[in-house]
Design a protein around this ligand. Structure first.
Ligand code: DCT
Ligand code: MG
Length: 396
């Protein structure tokens, strides 16, 4: 349905003219839309979204708005902005006039107002107000700590706390084990994970897993599988075709923090209808110690006059390990590859267009009352009647 990304040749111009009488032969090439807006699906799983975003100044503003609504636990408005951001990330051209968004899905009143403002003034006063908002600023700081979500932020904010300094200074405040680790490694964890670091960690994880299970399949998922060059963590999916056993994970020495969530999977349970539900797989939210040579003073730090202990030659990195039974591997892979928005839309599409229920474990056909087995991601898209979307096209 789309011609996205293809050069607009004269033949195509003709085809467009036949469909849209408003275009004349004199229209300069840059003015010719390379696709039909009304053909754009409201579901991001029917769109191909690469990392090449032509509308960053709009999508950044939408994401600020969405995050503020998330902090206020207003899911409807939050999703409205996330869906709009996702549509603009997919557009093969930058939006410069209101006419450019005509006919596109997910362009509600709030969204259009914001676009109009950015077109006219180059930025949005509403997004700026959010960035300067005291509550938003506090929640943004609080949630940047590993183990702190909206609920904890809300509690701290109500206690009158506003900054991380204030949180740290309040010695009577009870912190979870996870939050303590979050504060301890804060500086490392807020600095993003690079692709090179992800590759280095990948080798460590693969080696460690294979000492326990030589037949294990270890796949990097999340943003790095979608081609991102940076991330906030590294996500791995681990499975092995052999009989199930709860595998020991990693050498303790490398794990700075590890929170193992045991599998809560109940066989034959229907997939969860909740759109943002966690899955039941055994998983481990870990912080890994990645040794890395320091670029600065690297020739000196072994000399005996140097206090070697002072030189931190490692970085703390957030790693999510998800262990899945072999039969559910493909479903887990689709779920954990994301993006979050892509996953949400896949589940919404399954529910509303196919009368099926999809989650990270399975796909259930409510009409036929059967679970649909899948050995690959391609089979899942096929079950849903969708064209296959490559991981790097799932950056919705
Ligand atoms: N996911 C999921 N269920 C969860 C949490 C996440 O299915 N409870 C999916 C959605 C995206 C993917 O797992 C990875 O999650 P993140 O690491 O949060 O997202 P990301 O796209 O990898 O982003 P980042 O680059 O910031 O790590
Ligand atoms: Mg990730």
């Amino acid at each position: 349905c789309m011609e996205a990304g293809r050069p607009v040749d004269s033949e195509m111009k003709y085809r467009l003219m036949e469909r849209d009488g408003s275009l004349s032969l004199n229209t300069p090439e840059s003015e010719v839309p390379s696709f039909i807006a009304s053909n754009v699906s409201q579901y991001s799983c029917q769109r191909k979204t690469t990392l090449n975003n032509h509308n960053k100044k709009f999508t950044d503003a939408f994401e600020i708005m969405a995050e503020n609504y998330e902090f206020k636990e207003n899911e409807v408005f939050c999703l409205e902005f996330l869906r709009a951001a996702s549509v603009l990330k997919f557009l093969p051209f930058p939006v410069t006039r209101m006419k450019d968004i005509q006919g596109l899905p997910c362009m509600g009143v709030q969204v259009r107002d914001l676009i109009e403002e950015i077109i006219e003034d180059g930025e949005s006063s509403r997004a700026r107000d959010v960035l300067n908002d005291e509550r938003y600023k506090s929640f943004k700081q609080f949630t940047s700590v590993f183990g702190v979500g909206v609920k904890t932020s809300e509690k701290w904010y109500r206690m009158g706390l506003r900054t991380l300094e204030e949180v740290k200074a309040l010695k009577t405040l009870k912190l979870s084990k996870m939050q303590k680790a979050g504060f301890l490694y804060y500086e490392d964890l807020v600095s993003c994970v690079s692709k090179a670091e992800a590759d280095a960690v990948s080798l460590i994880v693969k080696k460690a897993v294979c000492t326990f299970r030589p037949d294990a399949l270890v796949t990097i998922t999340g943003g790095f599988r979608r081609g991102k060059k940076i991330g906030h963590d590294i996500d791995f999916l681990i499975t092995s075709p052999g009989p199930r056993e709860d595998a020991e994970l990693l050498h303790k020495g490398l794990l700075l923090y590890c929170d193992i969530i045991e599998s809560t999977f109940v066989k034959e349970q229907l997939p969860s209808r909740q759109v943002d539900a966690m899955d039941n797989f055994q998983k481990c939210f870990a912080i890994l110690k990645l040794y890395q040579p320091r670029a600065e003073n690297n020739s000196d730090n072994t000399s005996k006059n140097f206090d070697v202990a002072e030189v931190k030659d490692w970085k703390a990195i957030r790693v999510d390990l998800v262990i899945t039974p072999f039969e559910q591997y493909a479903y887990a892979l689709v779920g954990w590859t994301g993006s979050r928005q892509f996953g949400r839309d896949l589940r919404r599409y399954a529910t509303h267009e196919k009368k099926m229920i999809l989650d990270n474990h399975a796909l259930y056909d409510r009409r036929k009352k059967v679970f649909l087995k899948a050995g690959s991601e391609e089979e899942i898209f096929a079950h849903l009647g969708l064209d296959y979307v490559e991981p790097w096209e799932r950056n919705a």
